[in-house]
Design a protein around this ligand. Structure first.
Ligand SMILES: *Cc1c(COP(=O)(O)O)cnc(C)c1O
Length: 384
């Protein structure tokens, strides 16, 4: 079966991104590759293969279903960590497989202890503390009860991590909030250490924190977006510019290329409307290529009359509305175009490029959102 478009994922670009992150964090901290959201749209199974070949041995998933996908694909016995959702009825299996998970409330901690006792295998838990993100994590006021439970059950569970997540390290406007979070995290750490509780890994940093708050780099960094070759925000890039190698060449490389083909060609006469409604009227005779990718494939409707694609190395504009399964692009300037010719939706062709940022900016989406909206059933192909 052939799909209407394909995603190519560059293993070489990933190796470059990891090399850059490694140069930022030094030789010792573990890099956990964050593969939530179907690996930011890149495909979990493809990314596990690429990352393990690049030397990564630690993965972070949001939920247990993603963790299982990593587990099935991993060939190197990599560590797997669940940052968010799991179902209590899966706990036993997760513990048996050695998959670690965040605990951020007493309910989950109690369940984990109970099952660890029953099956006589220690659950690997990461204690998440609330430092100011206000989503998940134990509150400062819960620290004493928490410490008591950890000490009491230290022979049944394995306390592998103390962690937190920053609320917007990618934006300068959050500077004070992030600094306060760092302080609060250290207060938690000191408190636990004082109670005789130590953790195997202290980890707090996402991509943005790793790149612009070096004090957040501890035993492990949890790298999502930067691994896929994107700056968390433009601000992060500018904040980093000065420390970049001469010439300010962007050290991060996009992994993803999104390709389709010309499905059909058609001429539209002056004054005729293209597609649904009347959002586009041909002001002259134009030639259109119909490309079989629409909002059902993750190509946002907001790109109607806005988006660009590359065909034969030239930018061609989307005309009319993006429909569920197709777009029309103006190819009047291209000679001898044929059905089946390559169309680049994201990526390079003939020295020109369509970036994810150009996409996201015209749709008010962040990189993260555009990427994770790419449907799972578009085939992903690894390019070495
Ligand atoms: C998503 C996530 C990360 C990675 O964030 P990036 O900005 O993509 O690097 C790290 N930690 C947690 C808890 C996350 O949810």
């Amino acid at each position: 079966m052939l799909a209407t478009s394909t995603l190519e994922i560059s293993a070489k670009a990933y190796r470059q991104n990891i090399r850059y992150i490694r140069s930022e964090i030094g030789p010792t901290p573990t890099i956990s590759a964050v593969v939530k959201g179907n690996a930011y749209g890149h495909g979990i199974s493809q990314m596990v293969e690429i990352a393990e070949k690049a030397g990564i041995r630690h993965f972070s998933a949001f939920s247990s279903d993603e963790a299982w996908e990593v587990w099935e694909k991993s060939k190197k016995g990599s560590e797997i960590m669940i940052l968010g959702m799991l179902h209590f009825e899966e706990l036993e299996e997760l513990i048996r497989k050695g998959i670690s998970f965040y605990v951020f409330d007493f309910e989950r901690l109690e369940k984990a202890i109970k099952i660890s006792k029953e099956i006589d295998i220690p659950a690997k838990v990461h204690v998440e503390v609330e430092t100011g993100f206000h989503r998940t994590g134990f509150d400062w006021s819960q620290r004493e009860k928490l410490a008591e439970m950890l000490v009491e059950n230290s022979s049944f569970i394995s306390i592998v991590g103390l962690c937190t997540h920053y609320a917007g390290a990618e934006s300068v406007s959050n500077f004070v909030r992030v600094k306060n979070q760092i302080t609060r995290y250290h207060e938690f750490k000191d408190f636990f250490n004082h109670q005789g509780i130590t953790f195997k890994t202290y980890h707090t940093a996402c991509s943005a924190a790793t790149l612009i708050f070096p004090e957040t780099i501890m035993d492990m960094v949890r790298i999502g977006i930067a691994g896929y070759g994107f700056w968390p925000t433009k601000e992060t890039f500018f904040a980093k510019l000065n420390s970049l190698p001469k010439g300010n060449k962007n050290p991060l490389r996009r992994l993803i290329t999104w390709k389709s083909t010309v499905m059909s060609l058609k001429t539209v006469k002056t004054g005729e409307f293209v597609g649904y409604g009347n959002s586009y009227m041909a002001l002259e005779n134009i030639r259109l290529a119909i490309v079989p990718v629409g909002y059902g494939h993750g190509y946002s409707r907001l790109l109607s009359n806005q988006g660009m694609v590359l065909i034969r190395g030239q930018y061609c504009q989307v005309v009319g509305t993006v429909t569920m399964n197709a777009i029309a692009v103006n190819v009047s300037k291209i000679k001898d175009l044929k059905i089946g010719d390559e169309v680049i939706l994201i990526g390079k062709q003939g020295g020109k490029e369509i970036t994810v940022a150009s996409f996201s900016e015209s749709t008010q989406m962040v990189n993260y959102e555009m990427l994770t909206r790419l449907p799972k059933d578009i085939p992903r192909k690894i390019i070495p």
